[in-house]
Structures are given as C-alpha cells and as structure tokens.
Write a protein that binds this ligand. Structure first.
Ligand code: PEP
Length: 254
C-alpha cells in the first residue's frame, strides 16, 4: 500500500485572525499540491475562516491542535470533535509534547482523545518523541515505542490505519536543532516495524509517519528523502508562507 505524503503546519498559539487569514491565503495561493496532503493546524478561532480559504485547493486542509475527550457538557473552555468538524477541520493534533509537558496530559488521556477523534470521523495526528536525556541514555527507540504501545495499540487495525504518526524529538522542537536524516530514519523504521509486529505489514506500510523538529526549507529535502519519513509536522516555519511553501515544494519535487 502506498502511504500519503503529508506536510502539516502547527501554528501553535500564534497569529490573530487577521494575520492567520493572510498566512492561509498566501499558502493557498502559493502552491497547488498534487501528491502532497497539506494541513494547516491553526488556532481554533481561525478554523472556520481558514477552512473556507483552503477549499480552493483540493489537497489543502485544516486541523485543530487539541480536543477534549467528551462529546459535550460541562467542560469550560474545551472543544469537542463535533465542534471542530462543524467548522471544516478534518485533522486534530494529539499528544504534542507541549501539551504533554505544560498541561500534564497523560497517556491514558491522550488515548481517549485518539478514540474520540476517530469516532467523530476526524484524523488524529498523533505526536510522540523523546526528551534529550532519553536520547543521550540511548533508550529513545524503546521510549517512543512504549508511547505508541500505551496510547495507540488498543486500536483495531482498521482504526490504527486512519492515524497519522508524527515523531517529534523534543530536543529538536523549536530549538533550531534538527534530527539528522539518519536519526529520523532510524526511529521511523523502528516505529514502522513495531506497527508491523502489531498490525501486519499492510497497515505498517500504509501508515504515514511524519518527522517534526525544526524542519525548514534547507533541510526538508534530505529529511523527506528518507524511505520511512513520509513528510513533516512543521512549527516555526509554518508561520511564514515564504518558508512553508518551499517545504511543501520540497515534498512535491521528490
Ligand atoms: C512542532 O511544534 O510540532 C514543531 C515541530 O516545531 P518546530 O518546527 O518549530 O521545531
């Protein structure tokens, strides 16, 4: 099975609706992806507007950065999957290291978010990755594998097949330090093998595994050329169309 090539942007808590609309329009005007699925994960306040903009291009979509694992109710400040879906978003980022670290999101809580996202018909962009001390101790493959086992491997093969995995070494997020292509490839291949062991080769070969951590135009081609790297989850460089568009073009050119 051929898997999707994906370039996703995580805007985090950046841009007002005015800046965000201009950014989304510039990206949409700047590129017509043919073989790459492009996803802009904007602040929730922008999703409706940006979803309307990206309708111009069939391969550009929107995603939310979070959801709450309940259908509705007394959860002040939270957003349900159906609310996100109703404004046109098709993807939800789950398990970003910033949410794990700053909001103490546990593996059990993240597993529930994955479940409710799938139940609502949206696609989780599930993030995993190790901190620097774990990489230095040499236990990174085991650590990230255990994240997948604990947070995703309760899924049926059918549901797992709908998940996008993003490997994001925490030491590379927002730091300007990028994992080398060899480091990215090693982890992606290990994760794909783990998925194959659990769900079989077909599911493993169909799973898009994105790399995230200081992806920029200068390193996109070498990272995306790795056989098990199916695209990128891009933070800082997704906030400027003049950086994000060349990253999409790097994937298109492969
Ligand atoms: C991210 O936050 O998902 C990310 C990869 O950020 P950056 O590209 O800025 O390192």
């Amino acid at each position: 099975m051929t898997r999707k090539k994906i370039v996703a942007g995580n805007w985090k808590m950046n841009t007002t609706i005015t800046d965000g609309t201009a950014l989304a329009q510039a990206v949409t005007d700047g590129v017509t992806p043919i073989k790459t699925t492009v996803i802009m994960c904007t602040p929730a306040t922008h999703l409706h507007t940006v979803s309307e903009i990206v309708k111009e291009k069939s391969n550009i979509h929107t995603g939310a950065q979070n959801c709450y694992p309940a259908e509705k109710g007394a959860y002040t400040g939270e957003l349900s999957v159906s609310m996100i879906e109703a404004v046109g978003a098709e993807y939800i980022v789950i398990g970003h290291s910033e949410r794990r670290t700053y909001f103490d999101e546990s593996g059990d809580f993240l597993a529930k978010k994955v479940d409710i996202t799938l139940a609502g018909g949206l696609t989780p962009i599930y993030c995993c990755g190790e901190a620097l001390d774990i990489r230095e101790a040499g236990t990174h493959v085991k650590y990230v594998g255990n994240q997948l086992k604990a947070e995703l491997f309760h899924l049926s093969a059918e549901d797992f097949g709908k998940v996008i995995v993003a490997y994001e070494p925490i030491w590379a997020i927002g730091t300007g330090v990028t994992a080398s292509p060899a480091q990215a490839q090693e982890m992606h291949a290990e994760l794909r093998q783990l998925i194959a062991n659990q769900y079989g080769e077909e599911v493993a070969n169909g799973t898009s595994i994105l790399y995230g951590g200081s992806v920029k135009p200068a390193n996109a081609t070498e990272l995306f050329s790795c056989p098990d790297v199916d695209g990128g989850l891009v933070g800082g460089a997704s906030l400027k169309a003049e950086l994000f568009v060349p990253i999409i073009e790097a994937m298109e050119a492969l």
